[in-house]
Design a protein around this ligand. Structure first.
Ligand code: BEZ
Length: 218
């Protein structure tokens, strides 16, 4: 398992854009690696199609995208035409898909869904999401079972939070969206908070403790 803050493990893989060394492919960019159980399956088709539609949003945030499943590259290339048609998009498929036929990456990265098996009885990959920072460290991970499709609007929302909190001493509250008020991080003293966020406000609570400190400027 990869833990938050770990350097994401490097690997070599076959993909729809040829062989890659993952760290070389990352360069110094933010990236999302997301796995799905299998090609030519309905939920996966909706998910990869949604990501195709959201390419401009990922590009705006300078996040490289790469998908992964257990099928081979020939299968990925054939299926990606269905994904484009389903998503009503034209042109080349806009991001690479890794082939993990022997499940070595699925095992290495903790992405196996034991409940879902292929025709040969081999476990499939679950719906994992890894968001990796420019320092190649894991910033966020999600694991969904094969039977539950992900919400990529939520994934863009967490990328906004991750990118903001990487450089500012704020944390984003429940259901936060870009531009909405944030909280000053608990580790910052009131004195330092005043310097960074001159207009921050404290929320009155029964305990009298001033731990909920909001700022609209960040
Ligand atoms: C799907 O993508 O629809 C799917 C794949 C594996 C198991 C269940 C659903």
């Amino acid at each position: 398992m990869v833990n938050l803050g770990d350097i994401f493990p490097n690997f070599k893989a076959e993909t729809t854009i040829g062989s890659i060394d993952f760290h070389e492919w990352l360069g110094g960019s933010w990236a999302i690696l997301f796995s799905h159980p299998a090609d030519y399956t309905p939920v996966c088709t909706t998910e990869l199609g949604r990501v195709v539609q959201l390419v401009p949003e990922f590009s705006k945030r300078a996040v490289k995208m790469i998908a992964l499943s257990c099928d081979d590259v020939v299968s990925h290339k054939g299926w990606s035409k269905d994904v484009m048609a389903y998503a009503k998009q034209s042109g080349d498929f806009p991001y690479p898909i890794i082939s993990d036929k022997d499940r070595s990456l699925a095992v290495k990265l903790g992405m196996v869904d034991p409940a879902e098996k292929d025709a040969a009885g081999l476990a499939l990959t679950c719906r994992a999401v890894f968001i990796i920072g420019p320092d190649k460290k894991l910033k966020l991970s999600l694991l969904y079972p094969a039977t539950t499709g992900r919400n990529f609007a939520e994934i863009l929302r967490v990328i906004d939070s991750l990118q903001l909190t990487a450089s500012k001493k704020v944390a984003t509250p429940v259901d936060w969206e870009s531009g909405k008020p944030c909280m000053v991080v608990p580790s910052l003293s009131n004195e330092d908070a005043k310097k960074l966020f001159p207009n921050f406000t404290k929320v009155d609570l029964p305990s009298g403790k001033e731990y909920v400190r909001m700022t609209t400027e960040y």
